[in-house]
Design a protein around this ligand. Structure first.
Ligand code: LLP
Length: 441
């Protein structure tokens, strides 16, 4: 009945008998009931195999479709902790950090300096100082920031490699809160400012080596990158002509979307996205007899979202005004995305997920927090769900825990990494004492 929801789950999803002989959802070789019993709920699990194969899909596609050098930067803002930073670094990816906080995580994880890239639209002095100390690449958002970088370079010695963030004037089709490439966006520099920035770097002997643009996050048609790519290639021609400067690296940012709900399937593949970008870049640059720049894609969500599953326990079933409410032990404090972007998720019960017929009344899944906006999933066909049952919400690996809060004193959930039947606690659940850590007694 709900079989079309299974592809939303990690690659290793399987139905196997639980200890009572009932079919139960398994991920990474582990029964989700047992993981919930061991680590508590709400629980976030990540299937490493699914992350590994998404990385491989990008690597294969770049190798197959781009004849120049190429690489991947992982946008750490999607999901970053020590285990994730180590995993991405072990795959040879650059790790994109926003500001001093994420830099601290990456460095503590042991990510080598050469693999750390610093982003940020209004970097503070501490961000920039940490960038100088810890990052191999720094993406410059604006001219005042570049002046501060020159000051730091003067005072402390060589700057990391600098890439300039271009504002191409085109956003992708996504929720407006996630659009970044449009003309009036707060991010990046227009073409004239980029020319000024390269000239400034040349005058001040700053190592400017790349261009970067990012039009927004969670788009679904690869062609949407093309107008921006054309604009940036035009800018390259201008920089070449006016300043005799050519980038060693070009990053078209991230933003490739995924399916969150069975209605979003099928979805264009990572390979189709990379192939479209690579072909357009090569086409645009074919008239220049200059080397193809390193194509550095910068995905976050499409590497980690489907690897993650959130497991909640149903504490209350209520009927109100004709609506069936399933009240869970987590919600907007660990996943603000439905409230912020009207994000639409799906779910399955962990026990006998496919064998039970839906009730005629759809279910409304909400959390325990004190507002009606704490609504996780609206109007979802589900069978009769008993008190104490576990529900698994797929595609929970990106931008959920990273935007989590302690609203109503909520404790951030534990995070477990799964690999070949092993479950490794990557982050423990917060305790009530954690809530007092910053208070001065
Ligand atoms: N590069 C830059 C400069 C970015 O700002 C972002 C995301 C990415 C790469 C990665 O984009 P991705 O491949 O993950 O789509 N909180 C929102 C998403 C905000 C994305 C911010 N920037 C959400 O939950 O949908």
């Amino acid at each position: 009945m709900y079989r079309d929801r299974l592809p939303l789950f990690p690659d290793t999803v399987a139905l196997r008998p639980d200890k009572n002989g009932q079919p139960a959802l398994h991920v990474g070789g582990r029964d989700l009931n047992e993981l919930a019993a061991e680590f508590g709920t709400p629980l976030y699990i990540y299937d490493q195999h699914t992350i590994d194969s998404a990385v491989q899909a990008y690597q294969d596609a770049l190798g197959r479709h781009y004849s120049g050098p190429a690489g991947i930067t992982y946008a750490g803002k999607a999901s970053l902790n020590l285990a994730m930073a180590r995993l991405m670094a072990a795959h040879g990816l650059l790790v994109d950090c926003t500001g001093v906080g994420e830099l601290h995580i990456a460095r503590t994880a042991g990510v080598p300096r050469a693999q750390i890239l610093l982003h940020g639209v209004n970097k503070s002095w501490p961000d920039l100082q940490a960038g100088f100390a810890q990052a191999g690449t720094l993406v410059v958002d604006n001219l005042p920031e570049l002046a501060r970088i020159a000051q730091l370079a003067h005072a402390r010695g060589p700057a990391p490699s600098l890439w300039l963030r271009v504002r191409p004037g085109y956003a992708v089709d996504t929720h407006q809160f996630r659009q970044t490439g449009q003309l009036d966006s707060k991010f990046g520099m227009d073409a004239d400012e980029c020319v000024d920035a390269v000239a400034f770097c040349q005058r001040n002997e700053l190592p400017v080596t790349g261009l970067h643009f990012h039009q927004g996050s969670h788009f679904h048609a690869a062609e949407e990158v093309l107008p921006a790519l054309d604009t940036v290639c035009e800018l390259m021609g201008r920089l070449q002509q006016e300043l005799d400067w050519w980038p060693q690296a070009l990053s078209p940012g991230g933003g490739w979307g995924i399916a969150y709900h069975e209605k979003d399937l099928p979805h264009q593949s990572i390979e189709e996205y990379v192939a479209t970008v690579a072909a357009a870049l090569a086409r645009n640059l074919s008239s220049f007899s200059l080397p193809l720049p390193r194509l550095q894609v910068e995905p976050g969500r499409s590497l980690v979202a489907r690897a993650g599953v959130a497991i909640y326990q149903v504490g209350t079933v209520k009927r109100a005004g004709g609506r069936r409410w399933l009240l869970l032990d987590g919600g907007m404090a660990d996943n603000i995305r439905p409230a912020l972007y009207e994000a639409r998720y799906s779910a399955l019960p962990v026990t006998d997920p496919l064998g039970r017929l839906p009730l005629s009344e759809n279910a409304w899944l909400a959390g325990p927090y004190c507002e009606s906006g704490d609504l996780l999933i609206e109007d979802l066909p589900l069978p009769d769900i008993e008190l104490g049952e576990l529900l698994a919400v797929p595609v929970s690996g990106a931008y959920q825990l990273m935007m989590a809060s302690n609203y109503n004193g909520a404790l951030r959930p534990a995070v477990v990494m799964l690999r070949d039947g092993d479950a490794h606690l990557a982050q423990r659940r917060e305790t009530v004492d954690d809530l007092l850590l910053r208070d001065i007694v």
